[in-house]
Design a protein around this ligand. Structure first.
Ligand code: PA5
Length: 422
């Protein structure tokens, strides 16, 4: 699968190929265990085999429910937070909806203004909602559902229930609500934690409703899985990525910046940030994941990257074909930009990316991940690549990739302050 490439540019002298090879050799045994899925993480590895939640008959189920939504609605409000909405949002906001159904995002904040804005946007439209929560104790989707339920009841009366789809844990409280009130139910895979659910009903159903080619998404992921399972220790792409990150961490780098020159990668970067932040940031360890939305952010944090505290390295993310073109034409106004006449914005953007990477690589090692295009296949490849690399990288670091005990601390306080008793 040549479309997906990982490369390293480094003129800083801070990392050698010999070090990377040695690090990969040390962890070749771990790679083989990760490929099989380690027994101790068995209950979190439902994503490792794409063909379960991304195979038939599930794909047909997502597609048939998507057709129902497309026939009945203009808008699907996706209510969820963290791993429950970020993957679908990453793809939808990069590619753009292809059916007549627009995805609107709710249940990801507690802001009265934000939820009010959602209601304002969807008023007068035909609306369905998809409430996604593995553990239906999470406050944001819980109260987001309340607000949207009130809206649906006002619009449709008792028939509102036909407009509600829930993706939750089988046998748990959201499932019970579905049975009691007649909402449509999709299972949230028990054996997959939120941030690893892109290729399950959590990510695939809303994307199908928005008209995305979810089969291509799954095929991209499957092709990446086949590649990573096939590649041996010293040539394994995920092991190389994980090895570079862990080596740089041990050399004193504390942050990995996912940098991109295509602003449509913004939501994908948020997804990536959660995946690595929640998976690795524990036991006082881990690289802090942040992102650079270039070229805009070069005018804010570019200075820091080039000359500030040397704790950041970068992974550039690019799609070789953006699918967009806009020529810079000579319009007879001498504005000082004549040297760009006849060039395409897209070409200028790529030159800016190459120039930035060259400048930054003088200071610190720069990785680059390059996919063929901004399409479903590429997102499938990216999701699986980062799932697998994250699992591997967290294990190299010595932490459990699949829990997030630290997230509970603020919740305990919040629930106490709000008077929650059970
Ligand atoms: O990755 C995770 O498990 C978390 O980020 C969850 O996705 C997030 O907290 C939302 O949880 P829930 O689906 O239970 O509402």
């Amino acid at each position: 699968m040549e479309e997906f490439k990982l490369s390293l540019t480094d003129r800083s002298g801070n990392l050698t190929e010999a070090e990377i090879a040695a690090e990969m050799a040390v962890h070749a045994g771990l790679l083989e265990r990760v490929k099989k899925g380690e027994t101790e993480y068995r209950e979190s590895l439902g994503w490792l085999d794409v063909s379960v939640w991304g195979g038939e008959p599930w794909i047909s189920r997502y597609e048939s429910l998507a057709r129902e939504v497309q026939a009945q609605a203009d808008v699907l409000v996706v209510i969820g937070i963290g791993g429950s909405n970020q993957a679908a949002r990453a793809v939808a906001e990069a590619i753009g909806e292809k059916s007549g159904v627009r995805l609107v995002w709710a249940g990801n904040s507690i802001s009265a203004y934000e939820i009010g804005e959602v209601i304002r946007q969807i008023r007068g439209k035909r609306v369905y909602i998809d409430v996604i929560a593995k553990n239906f104790e999470t406050l944001e989707p819980g109260i987001g559902f309340r607000a949207l339920r009130a809206f649906l009841k006002e619009q449709y009366g008792e028939d509102y229930r036909r407009h509600v789809i829930c993706t939750g844990t089988e046998g748990a409280s959201l499932h019970a609500l579905c049975e009691k009130h007649g909402y449509t139910f999709l299972p949230f895979p028990q054996e997959i934690g939120g941030r690893f659910t892109a290729l399950s009903p959590v990510g695939l159903f809303p994307l199908a409703a928005a008209g995305m080619d979810i089969r291509a998404l799954v095929q991209g992921a499957q092709a990446m899985r086949d590649r990573l399972m096939r590649e041996e220790g010293k040539e394994n792409t995920a092991l190389r990525y994980a090895a570079v990150r862990n080596l740089l961490y041990r050399k004193g780098y504390r942050m990995e910046m996912l940098s991109f020159f295509e602003p449509r990668f913004f939501r994908f970067a948020k997804w990536w940030m959660q995946l690595f932040g929640e998976s690795e940031g524990k036991d006082n360890l881990g690289l802090y994941p942040l992102f650079g939305n270039f070229s805009e952010d070069l005018h804010s944090i570019g200075q820091f990257l080039q000359e500030g505290t040397p704790v950041i390295f970068e992974t550039f993310l690019e799609a070789r074909r953006s699918g967009a073109s806009l020529m810079l034409r000579d319009d007879d106004v001498e504005d000082g930009f004549e040297y760009l006449n006849g060039k395409d914005f897209d070409e200028v953007n790529r030159v800016a990316c190459a120039a930035t990477m060259q400048a930054h690589a003088e200071r610190f090692p720069c990785l680059q991940i390059s996919v063929d295009a901004m399409d479903e296949t590429a997102f499938g490849q990216l999701f699986y690549f980062f799932f697998f690399s994250c699992y591997l990288s967290a294990r190299m670091l010595g932490v459990n990739p699949f829990n997030q005990p630290g997230v509970e601390a603020y919740k305990v306080n919040m629930f106490r302050f709000l008077g929650k008793t059970k």
